[in-house]
Design a protein around this ligand. Structure first.
Ligand code: PLP
Length: 464
């Protein structure tokens, strides 16, 4: 019977005897192992086993070890766990568990169709869109079709889209580009303490500007009266987030935009990195808007800055003609096409995903609230995609590594500022150093499930 199983995947009688001699007790585990490899759609299981282990020379756990590596690459949400028993030669116990990925605000898994688009366009359209020959023309045609699709989806003009490499670049371009374009204006910029480092660090590195933080109310929303007051100072720019990456605070960019337009000449920049495809985005009163594909299942390395027609902007990168006059460099039709694809897919599923994530969020918040020593830092009306909480007396790094051992991934705060040992925004908001030193961020995506959330709460309780 056992022989048949191994023979069915191509082992010879002699090989089986040799194997049995070496690993007398592991035999029944092969069944599990083979079905595991089968479920991974590994075609030649025997070859796989032979290539990934020293089946005949060494401990069999090597197999599990290599499979676990393969899992990470081939099927990112599964992983094997290996357990060593007392007997050195009896060490395979393989359990497949689903990875729980709760770090989607840092980055998301790329959708297969999006990656397929990238590969196909890279293979089929080799020309530089700026070349005047046929190959260049074909690339340009495809790229322009993708740009048109993005413009339609976002309800803006094609010329109003600037492709960049990241939201960090878009934010830099927005701020520095505006400051350089209006040299006669006072260099006053209104912003908040809740911005991502790609805004705060950009501002802090600029000379001779005055940065003024807007007041926030009890729910961390921008205080409208304070905004009206500060607009009287005649700022050149108001730069704020739509959804804050750490706590998920949502600002009402429509109302804020209207107030800015009615009361000042200020240019309104919105960092929409955490909001595009998650909640409704209305760009009617927004002059500049940043977003990045990798936050909604697109590829890393492609992002946008929407710049309304009437706004003047000085480029940061000069060079030959490109997709946009505001950013030189050979454009990537494959990245741009992948952006159009992921935007279309994500907007199509936006409402359904929102409801699903809201249900998971509700469950998680209720359960977290029941755990002793946990304080939820996000607000009731924060984005359902982000839950920030603190565990009294536990260093976030310790918890992250403990959870990582169980294939659960979350983060301290924003991935870009995770080296500081406390959260500045949470400290400024709560005035509580303990809470700001122990905060964890759990960020969801359309791919998360309620079942997973239940498993997460179980694992979290076990890890406390
Ligand atoms: C609100 C916000 N803005 C900007 C960024 C930077 O995005 P990117 O990684 O595309 O540079 C992030 C990334 O976490 C973010 O959350």
């Amino acid at each position: 019977m056992k022989d048949t199983l191994l023979q069915s995947i191509g082992f010879t009688k002699e090989e089986i005897d040799k194997l049995l001699l070496k690993h007398p007790k592991c035999y029944q585990k092969f069944e599990e192992l083979i079905s595991l490899l089968g479920s991974l759609q590994i075609k030649n299981i025997k070859n796989y086993l032979m290539q990934n282990s020293y089946l005949f020379e060494k401990d069999i756990y090597i197999i599990a070890n290599n499979i676990s590596k393969t899992f990470n690459i081939e099927q990112s949400y599964y992983k094997t766990i290996k357990k060593l028993t007392t007997n050195k030669y009896d060490i395979i116990s393989i359990k497949v568990i689903k990875m729980i990925y709760y770090d989607n605000a840092a980055t998301t898994k790329v959708d297969k169709e999006v990656l397929d688009t990238f590969i196909k366009v890279s293979n089929d359209y080799i020309g530089n869109p700026n070349s005047i020959h046929k190959l260049g023309f074909e690339s340009k045609k495809l790229m322009n079709a993708a740009i048109k699709q993005v413009a339609n989806l976002l309800n803006v003009k094609e010329d109003e889209i600037i492709f960049t490499s990241s939201s960090s670049e878009s934010n830099n371009l927005a701020i520095k580009g505006v400051l350089a374009s209006y040299p006669k204006r006072k260099k006053i910029i209104l912003t908040t303490i809740l911005e991502h480092p790609s805004i705060t660090n950009t501002l802090n590195n600029l000379k001779d500007i005055e940065i003024i933080n807007l007041k926030l109310d009890n729910n961390y929303h921008i205080d409208i009266n304070d905004l009206k007051e500060k607009l009287k100072l005649d700022p050149i720019l108001v730069s704020i987030h739509h959804i804050n990456s750490e706590l998920g605070i949502i600002q009402d960019i429509d109302t804020i935009g209207k107030i800015i337009k009615e009361n000042s000449k200020a240019i309104f920049h919105v960092d929409g990195t955490q909001s595009l495809t998650k909640i409704d985005v209305n760009l009617n009163n927004v002059d500049l808007f940043s977003a990045s594909a990798h936050k909604f299942n697109g590829l890393k390395g492609i992002a946008i800055l929407i710049k309304k027609e009437k706004i003047t902007l000085t480029p940061l990168i000069h060079g030959g003609s490109s997709q946009s006059i505001y950013r030189a460099g050979t454009p990537s039709p494959a990245l741009i096409a992948s952006f159009a694809k992921v935007l279309r897919l994500s907007l199509q599923t936006k409402d359904k995903a929102y409801l699903k994530v809201k249900e998971i969020n509700k469950y998680l918040k209720e359960e977290l609230n029941n755990i002793k020593n946990i304080t939820i830092n996000s607000k009731q009306d924060s984005s359902p995609y982000i839950i920030n909480f603190s565990i009294k007396g536990i260093k976030p790094e310790t918890m992250i590594h403990k959870l990582e051992e169980k294939e659960v991934y979350l983060s301290t705060k924003t991935a870009c500022s995770s080296k500081e040992d406390y959260s500045k925004s949470i400290y400024l908001l709560t005035n509580n150093l303990d809470i700001s030193k122990t905060s964890l961020r759990l960020s969801l995506s359309k791919d998360n499930t309620l079942k997973e959330a239940k498993e997460f709460i179980k694992i979290l309780n076990e890890s406390l």
